[in-house]
Design a protein around this ligand. Sequence first.
Ligand code: SR1
Ligand code: MG
Length: 430
Amino acid sequence: MALSVPEGYEPLDARSLPGYLARHPHLAARLGGRPEDWRVVEANDGNVNQVFRVHGPAGDVCVKQSLPYVRLVGESWPLALGRIHFEHLALREHGKHVGRRVPEVLHHDARLFLLVVECLTPHRILREGMTDGVRYPRFAAQVADYLARSLFFTSSLALTAEEKRAGVAAFSANTAMCRIMEDMVFTEPYQVHPRNRWTSPALDGLAAAVREDVPLKLAAFRLKHHYLNTTEALIHGDLHTGSIMVTQEDTRIIDQEFAFHGPMAFDVGSLLAHLLLSFFSQEGHATARAPREDSASWVLEVAEALWSSFHETFLHLWEAHGAGAGDPAVLLTRPGEREALRTERRAFLQRLWEQSVAYTGAEMLRRIFGLAHVLDLERIADPERRARCEERCVHLGRDLLVEPGRYRTVRDLTAAARNAVARTPRGQRA
Ligand code: SR1
Ligand code: MG
């Protein structure tokens, strides 16, 4: 059955794309030469959209277009085209606060649901680099700065009530993408569901245990409730290591199609989850010549630096640019109230930390039992070896989701990850 699309919409492909770009002089000029000289490369490393990189004699562009279905699955899973509109809006809004941490928008075509952004070269997807054991010295500080700025400046700590509500309204129709998360993160991994998959038979028992685990299912739904009902800031909405491109010097955040006004902790927790998934996968990639212990340690150092740098930057931004409608500084204006204000701000960040811990757990679990897995673990070819790494993810993920309050600091979290590995020496099951 053909999927219904608005009049004027058609998906472009490698053959039709040069003609389209040639009709837009600023894009053609950026590429240089003539359309015959342009090389179109399909870069379908995301799950949802169609992406092309186009290389010309003078430069490159990246073209992203919504398809009327989920690219990973095909036409059997229809998906609203409007997601590219929200990606465009989020790039514009976050771009005001984070500068070049997000790609520059070059062109938006509302009729074709198409976006052209700068092509990031020589950057590569962070997850791929980390899976190869590469370390990126600037990443933690740069992504922490991105997170603090994108979240703080789109929250009511900085905005007036009118600005904040206008932001919530602008993204409120991104429901199709939020629904993917509501189903895939908080619901399906805890049910028998046709989209679920895991390393079988090694993890069959754990998958069944998850479906019968009442405290875990309650914790997942407590968090789903939080996700559904929190409009704290304009969040990226899918901030994992596959949504980040890096070089040794630079960090850029891509793929904003899940953006909406949601919980700050969803972004923080998602990123921490993917760091932990990478950490637990490192042993699965170890060889005698490359034991990966240094890469694994680096990943946890990144988690620690990320949170402490985020914490410090967020407080600094609050101090310098606060007094939005939701900032208690509006009321606590007397010199004698400064200390109470500082205490309140730190308490805010402590709550954000504990919410982030719970989201970390949920994201780790869904990447083991749900539809969308991660290259870090999938690239471990031997299923027994992969299952050993995944079991550690499941045990820690469950604990983070059910008892986030036990992890008061980021060091509690990284210590738990290190202990999980130490408790089950190489080659043993958890
Ligand atoms: C159907 S999309 C599967 C997943 O890929 C994206 O990156 C999101 O994380 C989504 O849940
Ligand atoms: Mg993505």
